[in-house]
Design a protein around this ligand. Structure first.
Ligand SMILES: Nc1ncnc2c1ncn2[C@@H]1O[C@H](COP(=O)(O)OP(=O)(O)OP(=O)(O)O)[C@@H](O)[C@H]1O
Ligand SMILES: [Mg+2]
Length: 243
């Protein structure tokens, strides 16, 4: 396997002229989608089946707009806007967005053992973490065949030497597990580094895991990866419950 730190643009991560135009045009399209979804929701009976569909269009367009904002300047620190968030709803939303690019041979499972579903978090940011982990998992299962599992569990931790300021001892443990080829140890040591990628230039910038780690740590949590080459990969995200 060739391991390359992706070639950095002159201003790392900054969109070039062509991309800036594309982002501008995409933003215009999203504004139209959002405005129409809003109008539809106003016209439809609230919580009816069609209203729920319009709501999904609105939510997905808002998420896409957040992702685009982040794409304009990938290393910009976004403002955190905390709210009480249902992790199961977020997972559902991400899976719905992914549905359209998911190869038919990849089975998706959600394995939840939690009794508390709510965390205090920035929904858009946790959405981005989930998206980055799931897209990596799908990309890893190159033949378009495999198993993708999102696991949820509750853990109580006594000592958190890696994050002593942690606000909680009760954590939500979110796992993203794939049955891809796994990651050799020498690569595993580098995956959270900015601009580290083993992918073709047009498939990866090497920022997904760097941003995921930053977001998770800003939420008082941690992210780790475990992999046996040939036996898939599991990313484990701990996020504090509010006690
Ligand atoms: N589930 C996985 N299975 C195998 N390798 C993985 C997996 N997730 C991440 N990696 C490895 O970690 C590297 C860094 O991942 P990261 O998400 O940061 O960047 P990327 O996917 O290459 O690009 P970007 O996310 O910016 O599009 C990947 O290039 C890949 O080598
Ligand atoms: Mg990635």
């Amino acid at each position: 396997m060739d391991i390359n730190i992706s070639q950095k643009p002159a201003q790392p991560g900054a969109p070039n002229f062509f991309e800036s135009g594309l982002i501008h045009d995409l933003n215009k399209v999203l504004t139209i989608i959002l405005a129409n979804a809003d109008m539809l929701m106003d016209d439809l009976p609230i919580f009816g089946q069609e209203w729920v569909r319009a709501k999904r269009i609105q939510t997905s367009a808002m998420r896409a707009s957040d992702i685009l904002d982040q794409a304009i300047n990938p290393l910009r620190k976004p403002r955190q806007s905390l709210a009480c968030v249902s992790i199961l709803t977020l997972i559902q939303e991400v899976l719905e967005v992914l549905q359209s690019i998911l190869p038919a041979g990849i089975e998706v499972h959600v394995d939840s053992r939690i009794t508390r579903d709510k965390i205090l978090a920035d929904a858009a940011q946790i959405f981005e973490v989930l998206m980055n982990l799931l897209i990596n998992a799908v990309q890893a299962m190159e033949g378009g065949e495999g198993r993708l599992t999102v696991g949820l569990d509750e853990v109580a931790l006594r000592d958190r030497p890696d994050n002593p300021k942690c606000p909680s001892s009760n954590y939500l443990c979110l796992e993203v597990r794939d049955s891809g080829p796994g990651i050799p140890q020498r690569v595993l040591d580098l995956i959270f580094e900015p601009y580290f990628s083993t992918k073709e230039k047009d498939r990866g910038l090497g920022l997904g895991l760097t941003l995921a780690r930053r977001i998770v740590e800003e939420h008082g949590g941690s992210i780790t990866a475990e992999s046996q080459p040939g036996d898939g990969t599991v990313f484990r995200v701990l996020l504090p419950y509010v006690d």
